[in-house]
Design a protein around this ligand. Structure first.
Ligand SMILES: Cc1cc2nc3c(=O)[nH]c(=O)nc-3n(C[C@H](O)[C@H](O)[C@H](O)COP(=O)(O)OP(=O)(O)OC[C@H]3O[C@@H](n4cnc5c(N)ncnc54)[C@H](O)[C@@H]3O)c2cc1C
Length: 455
């Protein structure tokens, strides 16, 4: 290859792309990002409106990897990590129309009405149950096998809604919850594994992964801004359209139209895609649909998120992270988070900010409902469970047709295809949440690992 306009061209200025650019620059490389929308952040976006600070996409992350903790250390001059108020640690689960706190101690686990007596007693035998032998076992099957049906219905199902907007019977544990899978495989039991792991020596880096719930002072947008600034305005092409990659010499060319409609061609030895699988065929026309299909076949959960702001809150006491709603309850909302209870400054004094989620794999029809219908559903659910007879002062609806990729039964084939394509075209890296985890901490970890690999 003769010409080089960048060391690495990154497709997508979401959290993965921006973090990658940040660490590439720190490693002395020159990255350029191509982004189709007019702003950085991808699905992360914070809005400030009438005294409320709300997220239109993800609300909170978990400090679950050393890399996300290190990113906050690295950005400490330009953004302030906010961890959840300890008073908001409780998680409510709805059963028969009432919120019950998910047990956090042995005593509360015995007393909770969430689980059946049989399963509560059965948990004593969990450490002695044999590990599973099917590597593609679903989360649902695994949980019933180890813990019992009521734990699936009233703990795992609502949590899977909260994380994946998914169906625990369709997500494969090994790919969707690899840490849980490893607990059983490595230690023979969840309980024994959790106890042993908590006693293991941790490196200084591992100690940083405190598993606390995080955001950023002023909202997650304040994590995005310093990352984008670090990449530099001139190195991010916003409103790029028709972007496509072609092999060229020992590297690649990327062709797109910039926001003025001018055609641009950039050459680089490395291209990193961070976009959804459904956008890959247009980006990579030189790869046959047959080869891409195990990747493009991946299912996504659609999610509707509704931000609700109340200037004066006189409803259910918001002393929790939020409330999750098991599918068994047959309600139309997956869960309602309480962002103003988790982080300060999200609502006017005495007021409250809620964030309701609808849709997911079990209620895909929600994504196509009109705003008036969504509003009606959410108000009905909030009024019946949290704040009777009170209308919010702010209500905003956001739709994501491809919110969360589902790491289901075809994940092995997908990962295999990604590996084969990357081997066939050295320098082409297919990243983003099509692999390595869907949470923000996973995204940062992947970006940091790729930046280090490209050193
Ligand atoms: C509603 C919702 C709630 C969530 N809640 C949580 C949560 O509570 N906690 C958590 O940890 N995670 C949550 N997630 C997941 C997490 O937010 C995402 O996995 C993560 O932010 C994805 O970052 P990304 O950079 O990989 O992808 P994205 O944010 O999707 O960024 C990809 C970027 O690529 C751009 N792009 C796409 N196609 C092209 C193209 N052809 N050319 C150029 N640019 C292109 C897009 O415009 C976008 O900016 C949530 C996600 C959603 C949607």
């Amino acid at each position: 290859m003769n010409r080089k306009d960048a060391d690495v061209v990154i497709i997508g200025a979401g959290l993965t792309g921006l973090t990658l650019a940040y660490y590439l620059k720190r490693n002395g490389k020159y990255p350029v990002i191509i982004e189709k929308s007019d702003r950085p952040g991808g699905v992360i976006n914070t809005v400030s409106d009438r005294g409320f600070i709300y997220e239109t996409g993800p609300n909170t992350g978990v400090l679950g990897t050393p890399e996300i903790a290190s990113l906050f250390d690295d950005l400490s001059d330009s953004c302030t990590l906010a961890t959840a108020d300890p008073k908001a640690q409780k998680r409510y689960i709805l059963k028969n129309g009432k919120w019950h706190a998910l047990p956090s101690s042995l005593i509360s686990a015995i007393g909770t009405p969430l689980f059946s007596f049989k399963d509560k007693m059965g948990i004593l035998a969990e450490p002695f149950r044999k590990p599973g032998i099917d590597p593609d076992e679903s989360i649902g099957m695994m949980v019933v096998r180890r813990l019992g049906q009521s734990y699936l219905d009233y703990a795992v199902d609502p949590f899977i809604s909260g994380i994946y907007a998914g169906d625990p019977q369709k997500l494969v544990t090994r790919y969707a919850l690899p840490k849980l899978y490893a607990l059983e495989q490595n230690y023979g039991s969840f309980i024994r594994g959790a106890i042993k792991k908590s006693r293991e020596m941790k490196s200084e880096a591992e100690k940083k992964a405190t598993k606390e719930v995080f955001s950023v002072k002023g909202g997650l947008g304040n994590l995005i801004m310093p990352l984008a600034e670090n990449t530099g305005e001139k190195n991010i092409f916003y409103e790029a359209s028709g972007t496509c990659v072609e092999p060229e010499g020992n590297g690649f060319s990327v062709i797109f139209s910039d926001k003025r409609g001018d055609s641009i061609k950039l050459s680089a030895p490395v291209i990193v895609s961070t976009i959804g699988s459904y956008n890959l065929p247009d980006l990579l026309p030189f790869i046959t649909p047959y080869k891409l299909s195990p990747i493009t076949n991946m299912e996504y959960a659609g999610v509707v998120q509704v931000a609700l702001g109340y200037n004066k809150w006189e409803g259910h006491v918001l002393d929790a992270f939020g409330g999750l709603i098991p599918s068994k309850e047959n309600r139309q909302v997956l869960g309602i988070l309480f962002p103003s209870a988790i982080f300060s400054g999200r609502a006017p004094e005495g007021g409250a900010l809620l964030s309701a989620f609808l849709g997911g794999m079990k209620r895909p029809e929600m994504i196509n409902k009109q705003d008036v219908e969504i509003e009606e559903i959410v108000l009905r659910e909030v009024e019946s469970t949290l704040f009777p007879g009170q209308h919010p002062d702010l209500l905003k609806i956001f739709r994501y047709t491809h919110a969360i990729p589902q790491y289901g039964i075809s994940s092995g084939e997908r990962l295999d295809s990604i590996r084969k394509i990357q081997e066939q075209y050295p320098g082409l890296i297919l990243a983003g949440n099509i692999r390595d985890g869907i949470g923000m901490a996973d995204r940062v970890k992947q970006a940091k690992l790729i930046a280090d690999m490209l050193k």
